[in-house]
Ligand binder design. Structure first.
Ligand SMILES: Cc1cc2nc3c(=O)[nH]c(=O)nc-3n(C[C@H](O)[C@H](O)[C@H](O)COP(=O)(O)OP(=O)(O)OC[C@H]3O[C@@H](n4cnc5c(N)ncnc54)[C@H](O)[C@@H]3O)c2cc1C
Length: 379
């Protein structure tokens, strides 16, 4: 029987980064993926590193996002050094273009909201924004510059993280799907694969939006997939330096000259097909934001599944089963939250304490909600 200090279900960027951190801390780590690792959400993502909340529900995550962003330069430097691979990290800021008739009011609301959350944001006149990013539409009324925000080539990052974990001693098993957690009373003794058991002192579930299908996990991680379609464009006529946000779109420049455009948010089960309607929406919004893209070549289209949770917040930390932890449900921010997730899980396993209050993200919150709802049911 295979035996580890730590067994991880799922080899996306989250499982990979945890494996790296714990291997560096001297733990014997095994990562089990049901296919080749790194081919799901971590591959499909846009790689924007922005702690700004996309909805009021996500405000609770801002401190975690800020902390993770601040860890990024050190994190990518370490990953690149150990793996010998590049991650395409760009720290050029992001720029949000405003088009509404009432852009002035919208601008001051956005700036106030960011400053209230301790996030840097600068108002820009349309002409100044176009000086920074000449590709932006003439119809833009104003803009917001978020100078601290970054991006990373998530495919390159995920490959580099997995390689760095391997080189640091983690064993990564592809085509080794996890069927269930191995329960022994109130303790989790490891993982149950298709034909064998894996014994571990600590077991971590990091299987993205598929985590709930692992027997014994759904109560802690009631996830559902949120599909996102993406397009990669290439053109010599348009130069974009930083991530650009429009009302319904973002554009992400990569070091290799590609410009990614995305993304839809669809609740369509585990379906990863791209659709005419989805791609049409992305392309028309992209051309509205940067009209020169109308002549760009379409290099690739794809879709991926974000791990969404009932409150859209990640699921992090210990459960009520000894030895069992969750590191999943990162929804739209898993690339951003990778360094802090790896840091916190590693702190818990090596020191049984964490440097940041993570109770808000506890895997036990869904059971508490259920009990509350049952109490309120009329008799
Ligand atoms: C279109 C799109 C755009 C996005 N844009 C951004 C962005 O700009 N910024 C950002 O921060 N985040 C973004 N995200 C979100 C981010 O990509 C995810 O939150 C993050 O990649 C989740 O990583 P993960 O390792 O938890 O999951 P995944 O990358 O999905 O990895 C899960 C792994 O578990 C494996 N697995 C599944 N079931 C089993 C099983 N039973 N046994 C063993 N292994 C199993 C899978 O094969 C996979 O390798 C985006 C996501 C999408 C889809």
């Amino acid at each position: 029987m295979k035996k580890f200090d730590v067994a991880i279900a799922g080899g996306g960027v989250i499982g990979g980064a945890i494996a790296l951190e714990l291997s560096l801390a001297g733990k014997r780590v095994g990562v089990f993926d049901r296919q080749q690792p790194g081919q799901e959400a971590s591959w499909a993502s846009a790689g924007i590193l922005s702690p700004a909340p996309e909805s009021p529900a996500m405000i609770a995550m801002v401190p975690l996002g800020k902390m993770s962003l601040s860890l990024y330069p050190e994190f990518v430097a370490q990953v690149e050094e150990i793996s010998g691979m590049s991650t395409g990290f760009r720290s050029k800021g992001t720029l949000e273009a405003l088009f509404s008739g009432d852009a002035k009011a919208e601008l001051s609301t956005i700036i106030a909201l960011h400053h209230g959350l301790g996030l840097k944001a600068e108002p820009l006149r349309a002409a100044d924004a176009r000086e920074l990013e000449p590709a932006l539409s003439e119809d833009m009324e104003a803009a917001v510059l978020r100078p601290d925000e970054c991006s990373v080539d998530n495919r390159a990052l995920t490959s580099a993280v997995l390689e760095a974990a391997r080189r640091s001693g983690a064993e990564i098993f592809a085509e080794n799907g996890v069927k269930a957690i191995w329960r022994e009373g109130r303790r989790c003794a490891g993982l149950i694969l298709q034909n064998e058991k894996v014994e571990a002192t600590w077991t971590i579930i990091a299987a993205g939006c598929f985590s709930a299908a692992i027997e014994g996990v759904a109560a802690y991680a009631p996830l559902r997939p949120a599909k996102g379609q993406m397009v990669a464009l290439r053109t010599d006529d348009v130069e974009i330096d930083r991530v650009l946000w429009g009302e319904h779109i973002y554009l992400v420049p990569r070091n290799d000259g590609r410009i990614l455009a995305g993304a839809t948010v669809e609740y369509a089960g585990f379906d990863k097909r791209t659709t005419a309607g989805g791609i049409e929406k992305i392309l028309s919004a992209a051309i509205e934001l940067a009209p020169g893209l109308a002549n760009a070549r379409i290099e690739e289209t794809w879709a991926g599944l974000r791990p969404d949770t009932p409150d859209h917040l990640p699921i992090l930390g210990p459960t009520d089963m000894d030895g069992l932890l969750m590191a999943t449900g990162h929804f739209r921010s898993g690339i951003l939250l990778t360094p802090i997730t790896a840091r916190l899980i590693s702190e818990w396993i090596t020191e049984q304490r964490v440097s940041v209050d993570w109770d808000r993200f506890s895997p036990l919150r869904f059971q508490a909600e259920k009990m509350e709802a049952t109490k309120k049911m009329p008799v």
